[in-house]
Design a protein around this ligand. Structure first.
Ligand code: ADP
Length: 273
């Protein structure tokens, strides 16, 4: 698997000048900074689309560290993170994976949805997440010592948990952990307005609707409307799309397939738009 052009979300480092917009919900920025200063690995828990990735991007830029983001999936192995020998122009050369690069460059490595990755990934993470802060690279014979600037951040969505896919307690307890959830309405209005450009007064009914949808009892949905989907919806509304249709394509169709469940959600949307 070729990391640099794979769909694993491996990104080029952020430059410190551009700090991605992030509106804090509590004191998570101070907590992140404290963890960074004391070289503590950080675990972010929370539903998809609630701002975890944006938070890490914001903090990395604030702290002036390059960020290496990896979206984990069930084929992701330790070698995808550490690196491998590849054939280049007839020669075999070692190519660092994103974790190794983050260590060499003193950056922040963010492993999104860590529980999706293969089990051998945790073996690599253990010596990095205690006071040794080392990464042994068996294939090259090196043992890298993480510099001060290196920080490991991982995330997972507790809503997806099952017995086969969960973080082992011996791995979890190596991290300090922050719980995320969808922002309170007054914060979410500001986020959606800022991200979409839709006027604030038009975002207010949308956020109220979202909270109504999130609170619907007896509706069988794996996931609820995320802040990300609200931003999409507001963008479509800002484009002049009929609000009902915008809500249908951004808030209903991405979340469910069953006609009856969709009807339940659409009924609530009709009451607003
Ligand atoms: P997650 O990583 O939790 O799945 P993201 O960080 O990708 O979610 O958030 C999805 C989108 O929601 C972001 O791209 C951004 O537009 C918006 N968002 C969510 N929370 C915030 C926040 N606190 N400040 C700014 N934007 C936010």
């Amino acid at each position: 698997m070729n990391i640099s052009c794979s769909p694993q979300g491996f990104q080029t480092p952020h430059s410190a000048e551009e700090v991605p917009f992030y509106l804090p919900v509590g004191n998570e920025c101070a907590l992140f900074e404290a963890a960074y200063r004391h070289r503590l690995p950080l675990l972010l828990k929370g539903p998809t689309g609630c701002g975890k990735t944006r938070f890490v991007a914001h903090m990395a830029a604030q702290l002036g560290r390059p960020l290496f983001t990896v979206s984990c999936h069930d084929d992701l192995t330790a070698a995808d993170l550490t690196g491998r020998y590849l054939l280049k122009g007839g020669e075999t050369v070692w190519v660092d994976g994103p974790l190794t690069r983050a260590i060499r460059e003193g950056g922040i490595c963010y492993l999104d949805e860590i529980v999706e990755a293969r089990k051998d990934v945790t073996v690599v993470l253990h010596p990095l997440t205690d006071d040794r802060r080392i990464l042994p690279l068996e294939r090259t014979g090196e043992t890298l010592k993480a510099p001060e600037g290196f920080m490991l951040v991982v995330s997972y969505n507790p809503g997806y948990q099952n017995i086969l896919k969960s973080l082992k307690p011996s791995t979890r307890q190596r991290f300090v952990a922050l719980s995320f959830d969808f922002p309170p309405p007054e914060v979410e209005v500001e986020i959606v307005a800022s991200e979409s450009g839709l006027p604030r007064e038009r975002c207010i009914p949308l956020i109220n609707l979202a909270n109504g949808l999130r609170g619907l009892k007896g509706v069988d949905l794996e996931e609820v409307v995320s802040t990300r989907l609200l931003v999409y919806c507001a963008i479509l509304m800002g484009e002049g799309l009929d609000p009902f249709q915008a809500a249908q394509v951004a808030l209903v169709e991405p979340l469910c397939d069953e006609t009856e469940v969709k009807e339940g959600l659409l009924e609530l949307i009709r009451a607003t738009y």
